[in-house]
Design a protein around this ligand. Structure first.
Ligand code: GUN
Ligand code: FE
Length: 415
């Protein structure tokens, strides 16, 4: 058992922060047993790991990150989605047939994520089986929780990335059946234009066995028009996936910028997850997603950096982007409320964490994923309230303020 002391702040509910000043977290076997004040009196024989004057917050969860695009971080963001895919992204992803290259990029990407406080990661890899297996192994070695998707693409792709449908399905099946304890495989049809109806149907059959799924949806208006022309039979974009059996309570839908209320209702009914990627949506001039509509409807929603369309692997920065986008929504339509810091923080922790189980909060029996934040000198000398210290870290902080990262009670040292 371990007893951690510090200023604890987390979001059990999205509406408000739970703050325990000079509190304790008791943990055993990587899980939270108890949180509160004065636990050192209750358990006098336990060694206290003293993080006094530090903030203890849950680890961040990134629901959408293209590990194979990390080498392009910050590049090509003056284009829109479909041109950006052709001019930058596909060319980069084709390189992941080379495992030496793959290892170098994956290693840097995961380290940068851990240094940014991300303990749980949902990855798109490339089409290549060996690269996806390597990514699973690296995640396991580094001690983070992860889902890794070998991407499926059997139409509208450059020759270097175009797969045979049978082989695409077989590799996916193999990875699902041979994944790792802490790095799970996930079914990953890239998006409708990249996957034939037949392949989507067969991936949907796999999903019906309880396997997780991730994909992109309704990110960009030209993309949506393309999907309409490919599937005139479908009611809407979501319906293409739904008819294939790909929308389940283990599905993550990235973007959802232009989803309609009808689509939101299906997402809610099926208990699917949404990965809100505000930085990427802005960078590729895709649009302003209205996360409030999803949160208020009770849809399960977390944040994604969406590297490389997103320019930062830091979920802390994506929290700020999410709030900014909601302010743009509010400026355009004053009836739309602004996302609060607690709502954005909730998405970054417990909202996305639900995809991994009991993750993203310090409630009893949650996995102990924890960041230790050393507030800046000014926060301490001015004796700032805990909430202000957190605000300052989120808006004006940097990764150097993160002095320790724990996943399932184990301190990560990969950076
Ligand atoms: N839609 C299909 N592929 C991609 C991708 O790699 N990134 C983003 N942002 N959207 C996509
Ligand atoms: Fe993406």
């Amino acid at each position: 058992m371990k007893l951690f002391k510090g200023n604890i702040i987390f979001t059990k509910e999205k509406q408000a922060f739970d703050i325990i000043e000079d509190g304790f977290i008791l943990s055993d076997e990587g899980k939270v047993l108890e949180v509160g004040h004065g636990l050192d009196d209750k358990y006098p024989d336990l060694e206290v790991i003293d993080y006094s004057n530090h903030l203890l917050i849950p680890g961040f969860v990134d629901l959408h990150f293209h590990a194979v695009q990390y080498g392009n971080l910050g590049i090509g963001l003056d284009e829109e989605l479909l041109d950006w895919l052709n001019d930058y992204t596909f060319k980069e992803e084709a390189k992941f047939q080379d495992l030496t290259y793959a290892r170098a990029i994956f290693d840097k990407a995961i380290n940068h994520m851990i240094a940014s406080g991300t303990t749980r990661m949902v990855f798109f890899s490339s089409i290549h089986q060996a690269a996806a297996e390597l990514l699973m192994d690296l995640c396991s070695e580094k001690g983070v929780g992860a889902f890794v998707g070998k991407v499926n693409m059997d139409r509208n792709a450059p020759d270097s990335l175009l797969e045979d449908s049978d082989q695409s399905l077989e590799i996916t099946r193999y990875l699902l059946e041979n994944d790792r304890e802490e790095a799970k495989a996930i079914i990953t049809p890239r998006f409708v234009p990249s996957c034939s109806k037949d392949l989507m149907d067969r991936l949907g059959e796999l999903a019906s066995k309880g396997y997780p799924v991730q994909t992109h949806i309704s990110e960009n208006e030209s993309e949506i028009e393309w999907v309409k022309s490919l599937h005139p039979e479908a009611k809407n974009y979501l319906d293409v996936y739904d008819k294939a059996g790909l929308i389940t309570d283990k599905t993550i839908l990235a973007h959802c910028v232009f989803c309609t209320e009808e689509e939101r209702q299906v997402i809610f009914d099926k208990k699917a997850f949404v990965a809100h990627c505000p930085a990427a949506n802005f960078n590729l001039t895709s649009g302003i997603m209205n996360a409030k509509l999803y949160l208020d409807k009770g849809i399960r929603i977390g944040l994604g950096t969406d590297v490389g369309a997103g320019h930062t692997p830091s979920i802390r920065q994506v929290i700020v982007e999410a709030i900014k986008m909601s302010k743009v929504n509010h400026m355009m339509d004053k009836t739309m409320p602004v996302l609060s810091l607690s709502e954005a923080f909730y998405m970054a922790t417990k909202g996305g964490g639900q995809y991994f189980g009991k993750v993203g909060s310090f409630e009893k029996s949650y996995d102990l994923d924890m960041l230790v934040i050393k507030p800046d000198d000014l926060s301490l000398t001015r004796n700032m309230p805990i909430l202000n210290q957190l605000q300052r870290f989120i808006y004006a902080g940097d990764n150097l303020m993160i002095s320790a990262v724990y996943c399932k009670g184990k301190r990560l040292n990969a950076y």
